[in-house]
Design a protein around this ligand. Structure first.
Ligand code: GLV
Length: 324
């Protein structure tokens, strides 16, 4: 009997791939850059499973090119790269990797907040440029984190992990999210509307998934509500923020600074005006990138593939309606 074929769109830890190979024939895309959309479509006809990354666009055409697909497993908690209604219509379960990255990502949101507030990247450039001549009372003075007001937009699993960290910094916590007042109180926060959060917060951290509703959730009007001393951190998805409005707000001093793990587009083009700003720290979508967490994410993605090939319910399925 021929074995199921699975395409894995990037190299994963060898032990994880070996585990997958016990269940199916595995082809792994060996290059550093993702396979083109057309390449995945070209392979789809032979596939029972696809292990994708957030850089792979998985749309209805691709699904139609793979009529035997039993599972699509995304190595990410976010799945805005996949047309979920289209997968559900075709009866294809889609898996993601929630949970294991909450604390790693929350650590990183805090790292960005602190790096920007305390001007750590600027400090390194200052030293490297030979500007460190003496201790000076005002040089590279930044913003305090402790005791300030943190606004969390979206208090799902990652937002809640950020909220827990905020307690250790004695922060006042404002939350705008779908969770109930009681759930937010349990996080030590106060449920508020978006405008109030933006007006009151010293730090704003974004933790909503990218959907039609959250696309450009933070644009010119919202940035205009923020304090001129406020710092905005995005570890969610780039297009939750309107990049042109963000550039103008940072350039014109409407807000103090931003820390971005995600951009729109990704990677950010080298001629993007945001890269010319000293008050915008940008890193390449690495918030979940600890060795331990990325290994766990790969394991979860493989577990989803194995379950899908066996016709079992995916351990972490984003469209459970396929089982109705
Ligand atoms: C990373 O951004 C993820 O969605 O896991």
């Amino acid at each position: 009997m021929s074995r199921d074929k699975v395409f894995v769109t990037r190299e994963l830890p060898p032990a994880t791939l070996d585990r997958l190979r016990k269940h199916c024939e595995v082809e792994v895309w060996q290059e550093f850059l993702p396979p083109d959309y057309e390449i995945i479509c070209g392979k789809a006809g032979d596939l029972a499973g696809l292990l994708s990354l957030l850089t792979d666009r998985i749309d209805p055409q691709l699904m139609d090119a793979g009529p035997n697909l039993k599972v699509i497993s995304n190595l990410a908690v976010g799945y805005d790269n996949i047309d979920i209604p289209a997968a559900s219509q075709r009866g294809i379960p889609v898996g993601n990797t929630p949970g294991v990255l909450n604390d790693t990502t929350a650590d990183f949101a805090f790292a960005l907040m602190m790096a920007v507030a305390r001007r750590i990247p600027e400090g390194q450039r200052y030293v490297q440029d030979g500007k460190w001549k003496t201790w000076h009372p005002t040089v590279l003075a930044g913003q305090d984190i402790f005791g300030s007001t943190l606004g969390i937009i979206g208090s799902g699993r990652i937002g809640a992990a950020v909220a827990r960290r905020a307690q250790g910094f004695d922060m006042r916590l404002l939350v705008n999210s779908l969770e109930t007042e009681e759930e937010i109180r349990q996080l030590g926060g106060e449920k508020v509307d978006l405008d109030f959060l933006l007006t009151e917060s010293d730090f704003v951290s974004l933790h909503v998934p990218l959907t039609d509703e959250t696309h450009h959730l933070i644009s010119e009007r919202e940035l205009g509500l923020m304090k001129p001393t406020a710092i905005l951190v995005n570890t969610a998805r780039g297009s939750v923020l309107d990049p042109e409005a963000l550039f103008a707000a940072l350039r014109d001093g409407k807000i103090l600074a931003a820390g971005l793990d995600v951009t729109d587009p990704e990677p950010i083009p080298l001629d993007d005006p945001l890269l010319t700003l000293d008050n915008c720290l940008i890193v390449p979508h690495i918030a979940s990138a600890s060795v331990a967490t990325r290994t766990k994410m790969a394991d979860m993605a493989v577990d989803n593939v194995i379950a899908g090939l066996r016709g079992e319910r995916l351990p972490t399925c984003v469209n459970p309606e396929v089982y109705d």
